[in-house]
Design a binder for this molecule. Structure first.
Ligand SMILES: [Zn+2]
Ligand SMILES: [Zn+2]
Length: 68
């Protein structure tokens, strides 16, 4: 029995390259997945963002480093 080749599923939009570069890892992300660092207002991607403090703040790695 021949299996019909299913058309290659398009990757979900969040796996396609976006157009907003993360300052930390320099990967292009979608703006929807970027977070503003609460320390320097730099755009950080969800991969690089670090939660620090009480209440937790979303920080870029360099701000998280300073907070230590
Ligand atoms: Zn990043
Ligand atoms: Zn920062």
């Amino acid at each position: 029995m021949r299996r019909l080749r299913t058309r290659a599923a398009r990757p979900p939009w969040w796996l396609e390259p976006g157009d907003e570069p993360c300052e930390t890892c320099l990967v292009l992300h979608h703006l929807e997945l970027m977070i503003h660092c609460e320390g320097c207002d730099e755009l950080v991607c969800i991969v690089c963002v670090i939660e620090r403090g009480e209440p937790p703040q979303n920080l870029c790695p360099s701000c998280a480093e300073e907070l230590r």
